[in-house]
Ligand binder design. Sequence first.
Ligand code: ADP
Ligand code: MG
Length: 142
Amino acid sequence: MALERTLSIVKPDGVTRNLIGEVVRRLERAGLKVVGSRMIRLSKGDAEGFYAVHRERPFFNDLVRYMTSGPVVVQVLEGENAVAKNREVMGATDPKKAAPGTIRADLAESIEANTVHGSDSVDNAKVEIDYFFKAADICPRS
Ligand code: ADP
Ligand code: MG
């Protein structure tokens, strides 16, 4: 077990449907602690940079349009195995394939508007946290 940090985003569909609290409740109940949080409206450049790894995928332009369609909440989560734990609570990318009881199975609208983002590795978590947060805006809690 290792104390880790990961980046979580409540995506525009989650914010629009007033599900910020519901998402955070589920993450906190799983033992994850919020150590950084702010609401932002991503610019086209922000979204393109954040999802650069997907730029050749057919859904890239739609994804960027969707992620810039409304405000998001970017959060840093801290906890034991935070990266995997967050992915577990989120569920699979496609809500139709997500395990029952996960955020995406219960709340997501579609494979695109799937309510939450979570870093997929410890290395990517570091890069993604740095993309949105200055060190001074993160408050360690453990
Ligand atoms: P995850 O968010 O589970 O890590 P990916 O990194 O593969 O998933 O994809 C990033 C995001 O791109 C997804 O969360 C979703 O919003 C969108 N996406 C992924 N696959 C598709 C698809 N086949 N069609 C439309 N949007 C997709
Ligand atoms: Mg991903």
